[in-house]
Design a protein. Structure first.
Length: 373
């Protein structure tokens, strides 16, 4: 019994030992794949072949739309606001010449008609004397008197042809009373405010029935038939802009043409940018006042330059050329940089330049080119 147990233990030990030995032998004799150090470490980069071309470049940014004019309407007289041709409400549109605000003017109109009537009475008293003292001037003064009506503005005063006639008219208040009536006619026009342009009511401070005092604000209107865009550009680009410089305004799938109207001669302290103002040719209601739109300002024409993506331009205007499987750093002459590209000079046609951003590149770094090159 004890002998059989020893035999079993010995067989088990032999089996385990043989299996372990076979495992060690297989591990030592298994072929190990060689690690291609060169293939593991080299990166593939995108590159372009240098070719010098001409480009029309532009500056792109966002611009805010402003009304061509913003006007605060105020009264020059004291009167009650009465209903006019248009509702005195925010958002009401109007055309040039429309009556925007009407003030109660019945008393002023009646006073004016009374003034004209008194002037007619004054002038009628002088006609007989004028016929005697200035017979050659009688016809013009009679025609002037007959053309006067209490319902119409006074006609132009006849010309005075002599010093004697001027003294006669001045002494009898014919001239002074004439301009007194003209002043009343001018004052009557202040009771009606007409639109100086096509536009819309931006805000209304006083409504129908309120009393408008001299100098008090009634409403604010903005012009809609002429819009202006304001944009801020980086100071280095100011040298490329001038009055009349063409501009494209992007509005969804549509584009509208415009021109630079003004370029500020200073840098805005808050924005640290130079403001430019753009006149745009666009149908009414196509651009909304207060909204931002992307614009492209044509700046200059470049000749004989190489265009690279901006990310391929490294610190201190360094670029990397590729030759013999390695990178070679070079300082580039940067002519212009826009939103997407950098435009360079000083490169030789046929050279191969890296066209993408790299992580920690260095001179002599071994790289491979992508197959697409």
């Amino acid at each position: 019994m004890k002998k059989n147990r020893l035999i079993q233990v010995a067989v088990a030990v032999l089996i385990v030992g043989g299996a372990y030995g076979l495992f060690r032998y297989m591990v030592r004799t298994k072929p190990v794949a060689e690690i291609n150090e060169e293939k593991r470490n080299l990166i593939h980069v995108k590159a372009d072949t240098v070719a010098l071309r001409d480009y029309d470049v532009s500056y792109s940014c966002f611009a805010k739309v402003y009304a061509g004019a913003t006007v605060k309407l105020s009264s020059e007289v004291s009167a009650r606001i009465v209903p006019g041709d248009l509702p005195l409400r925010e958002g009401t549109r109007f055309k040039r010449g429309d009556l925007l605000v009407r003030l109660y003017d019945d008393d002023a109109r009646a006073a004016l008609m009374a003034s004209r009537s008194r002037y007619m009475s004054l002038l009628s008293q002088q006609l007989a004397d004028l016929a005697v003292d200035f017979p050659e001037e009688e016809a013009k003064w009679t025609a002037f008197f007959n053309s006067i009506s209490v319902d119409r503005d006074l006609p132009d005063l006849p010309p005075v042809n002599s010093e004697k006639e001027k003294v006669y008219l001045a002494v009898r208040n014919v001239i002074s009373d004439y301009y007194g009536v003209k002043q009343a006619e001018i004052n009557l026009r202040k009771y009606a405010i007409q639109a100086p342009f096509d536009g819309v009511f931006l805000s209304v401070a006083k409504e129908v029935g309120a009393i408008a005092s001299p100098g008090s604000e009634i409403a604010t209107i903005i012009q809609t038939d002429r819009l202006e865009l304001e944009a801020g550009i980086e100071p280095p680009y100011r040298e490329y802009l001038y009055r009349g410089c063409p501009v494209a305004v992007e509005c969804g799938e549509k584009q509208y043409r415009g021109t630079v109207d003004r370029v500020a001669p200073f840098v805005d302290e808050a924005m640290q940018r130079v403001k430019i103002y753009i006149r745009v040719e666009a149908p009414e209601e196509s651009l909304i006042s207060g909204q931002l739109y992307r614009i492209r300002v044509a700046t200059t024409h470049l000749q004989g330059v190489m265009r690279l993506p901006r990310e391929a331009l490294f610190a201190d205007h360094t670029i990397y050329l590729w030759a013999d499987g390695c990178l070679h750093a070079r300082k580039a002459e940067v002519v212009y940089v826009d939103e997407d590209y950098a435009y360079l000079r000083g490169l030789t046609p046929g050279e191969i330049v890296v066209a993408e951003s790299l992580v920690n590149p260095y001179d002599g770094m071994e790289v491979r080119l992508l197959a697409s090159h």
